[in-house]
Design a binder for this molecule. Structure first.
Ligand code: FDA
Length: 304
């Protein structure tokens, strides 16, 4: 727990971030979790995954832009990604962080940016998934999701099981017809807003999963936790819900064995595939999730 907090604290250090992202070692360190520095590399990975019956959601790394010009650049980059996904007939949605589109600067500007993206995604027959960031953004992100889903019908929004508020949020999203991606939550949050103990987060995850399977729209269960996955499989079998009614989602490079095994068994599986140069915060969250990843990092550093 202490290690998780330390790594998540370091994830917010700008100086360390600049040094790490500029380091020539970066490619070797990140290649397990990041599909590449460019859109072209990410599309090649997405094509290969599709050929293994794995669906994709592409994430262009970046968050907390510091100007609306940067937010506009994110929009342009994602519009291009949508064009190329469609041109290559890749089965992929896109995943975005609202602060990459200016949520931290102007809710209004962010909404206009993401609406332009959603409009294009709908036209090209794909979807936009809104990642959930730290708790200060939850209200604004949910407002955005509800508004855009009503206008464009191609949105899914992440909900974090570690937040006390998430049960209410799930109920409201189900009532509003907004599809949900359920995850445990990856940020450093105070105990005033989030369950500090893993076993409470896991119990809440299953409670919310059951709610979504009863009243949600095409829910996605984003987890690598075999216990969560088995419990969901048992639940859907008992209730006669087929694999078309929901999907499992996992992160590129994590539990590759399990990803392929689930797809082989006929479950719908989508991989979250990140690409781009701004990899530091994403990479640090992955390190924080599993202490063994820090050993992996240190081993690679020593092999230079
Ligand atoms: P848990 O942490 O209990 O791990 C279960 C097992 O999975 C571990 O024992 C290990 O085997 C494996 N594992 C998990 N993480 C690993 C890692 N980093 N490296 C190696 N093995 C690992 N969070 C958020 O706050 N907002 C969001 O929008 C999203 N979006 C999102 C999309 C998708 C598709 C996924 C899979 C996850 C997210 N997350 C997220 C991250 C999520 O909140 C959570 O931090 C991680 O998925 C880890 O939690 P697990 O459910 O995998 O369980």
């Amino acid at each position: 727990m202490l290690m998780r907090s330390l790594v998540l604290f370091l994830a917010r250090r700008g100086g360390l971030r600049r040094w790490m992202e500029g380091s020539p070692l970066a490619g070797r360190l990140t290649s397990r979790f990041v599909a590449g520095g460019s859109l072209e590399e990410a599309l090649r990975v997405a094509c290969a995954l599709n050929s293994e019956r794995l669906l994709v959601t592409l994430d262009r790394l970046g968050e907390n832009v510091t100007s609306l010009d940067q937010a506009a650049a994110s929009l342009q980059a994602y519009l291009e990604a949508l064009e190329l996904i469609s041109a290559a007939s890749i089965q992929a949605t896109i995943s975005i962080k609202p602060t990459q589109f200016g949520m931290n600067l102007s809710e209004h500007a962010c909404r206009a940016n993401v609406a332009a993206l959603a409009e294009k995604a709908r036209r090209l027959g794909t979807g936009v998934e809104l990642d959930m960031e730290s708790h200060e953004y939850v209200d604004r992100t949910l407002r955005l999701a509800v508004d855009l889903q009503h206008r464009f019908h191609c949105i899914r929004v992440a909900v974090q099981a570690y937040l006390y508020r998430s049960e209410k949020d799930v109920e409201q999203l189900c009532a509003a017809g907004v599809p949900v991606r359920l995850c445990k939550g990856a940020y450093l949050e105070p105990r005033s807003v989030a369950y500090p103990r893993k076993r409470d987060v896991d119990a809440n995850y299953l409670r919310l999963a059951h709610l979504l399977l009863a009243a949600g729209f095409d829910p996605a269960f984003a987890t690598h936790d075999q216990r969560m996955i088995s419990a969901i499989q048992n639940h859907v079998r008992q209730r006669g819900i087929g694999p078309a009614g929901f999907e499992f989602q996992m992160l590129y490079g994590i539990r590759r064995d399990l990803q392929r095994e689930l797809a082989r068994q006929g479950w719908r599986v989508r991989l979250y595939v990140p690409y781009g140069a701004a990899w530091y915060p994403y990479f640090m969250r992955r390190l924080a999730e599993r202490p063994a990843n820090i050993l992996f990092l240190l081993r690679n550093l020593m092999r230079r």
